[in-house]
Design a protein around this ligand. Structure first.
Ligand SMILES: Cc1ncc(C[n+]2csc(CCOP(=O)(O)OP(=O)(O)O)c2C)c(N)n1
Ligand SMILES: [Mg+2]
Length: 330
């Protein structure tokens, strides 16, 4: 196990309430996105993160704001956790000019350099070598920042994954690779994808520090990712983490998820990240039901505001259609 970060502070009442608020906000924003999708206000692909919120929020709580995040297409929750405003995130889903990528990216291509959120990529595993490149730049520039790369269980079977890991380890780059193992790659269960189901063991093959843990408790995620960041930041090399999680919805909005075993979803919901944290707030900090309700009400209002903002924002104009396709010479 990686040594904990000696400088990480203990989570106090206010911090835990903040993490709960963030997780609830992400879930609420996505529930509204699902509704907007059925109303055809959001078009194209839309992959929801519901059930996995403790991962993004726990990682954000461990990171410095200047750490760079690189991720895949299931990134709405990560974007909000990293600091993309719910308004900009939702407007991007609606394809509006006020969106994080000016409405030209959509659900899979949220990008906001102002908060060091470096995308949103639709090709499974493609983000791994991109993160290795970002980490290379961070090292060459002499920063103390770390690249954090998220991807799914399915991505760990890609060539790009192995290639990215090999180079990152060889050059001892400051990067933390995070497998979000939600047990499915589209409709294919983990046992049907891979002979090795403890995916973190892939790190051993390239000599990389590796660790696996359950990600349903946001405090555990914060603490273990803090240890990994501390390791990567100290210059000794990258880390591969496997965070065990679960997605409640189908792969994308068009997937009814009939491939699950009977009762599996209900069983997993017993360790719902929101439930765990709500219980901790009550048991450890004496937070009342009324206070929990107030946190939720605030997040509900923020999510409603984001949806209203997206709905009432203008479409991108036709003149801007080809902007950002290629870098314009200056
Ligand atoms: C190279 C490539 N192959 C196939 C696809 C189609 N595809 C999109 S998502 C996905 C499953 C990926 O599953 P996983 O990595 O576990 O991520 P999750 O969706 O569970 O977050 C596949 C096969 C793709 N986008 N890119
Ligand atoms: Mg998966």
């Amino acid at each position: 196990m990686l040594a904990p970060d000696p400088e990480q502070r203990v989570v106090d009442r206010d911090e835990l309430a903040r993490l709960y608020h963030q997780m609830y906000l992400i879930r609420r924003v996505e529930e509204l996105a699902a509704r907007a999708y059925t109303q055809r206000k959001i078009l194209g692909f839309c992959h929801l993160y519901i059930g996995q919120e403790s991962v993004a929020v726990g990682v954000a709580a461990a990171c410095r704001s200047s750490d760079r995040w690189i991720t895949g297409y299931r990134e709405h929750g990560q974007a909000v956790a990293k600091g993309v405003s719910p308004r900009k995130m939702m407007a991007e889903l609606y394809g509006k000019a006020t969106g994080a990528s000016n409405g030209l990216g959509g659900s899979m291509h949220i990008f906001d350099a102002s908060v060091h959120f470096m995308g949103g990529y639709g090709i499974v595993g493609a983000q791994v070598p991109i993160a290795t490149g970002v980490a290379w730049a961070l090292k060459r520039l002499g920063t103390q920042d770390v690249a954090v790369c998220f991807f799914g269980d399915g991505a760990t079977h890609q060539g790009a994954f192995f290639e990215g890991l090999c180079l990152a380890q060889l050059y001892k780059l400051p990067v933390v690779f995070i497998i979000e193992n939600n047990f499915y790659a589209m409709g294919t269960s983990l046992e049907r994808q891979s002979a090795v189901t403890d995916l973190y063991l892939r790190g051993a093959g390239v000599g990389m520090a590796h660790e696996q843990f359950d990600g349903f408790d946001v405090e555990t995620v914060r603490e273990r990712v803090g240890a990994a960041l501390h390791h990567a930041r100290s210059g000794v090399g990258p880390v591969l983490l496997e965070i065990v999680t679960y997605r409640y919805r189908g792969h994308s909005m068009s997937d009814p998820a009939r491939y699950r075993k009977d009762g599996e979803l209900e069983e997993k919901k017993k360790s719902d990240p929101l439930l765990i944290t709500e219980q901790r707030l009550k048991d450890d900090f004496g937070v009342s039901d009324a206070e929990i309700e107030a946190l939720r009400a605030r997040a509900d209002a923020e999510a409603d505001d984001a949806a209203h903002f997206a709905d009432s924002s203008p479409e991108p104009s036709v003149e801007n259609l080809y902007d950002y396709t290629y870098v314009s010479p200056r």
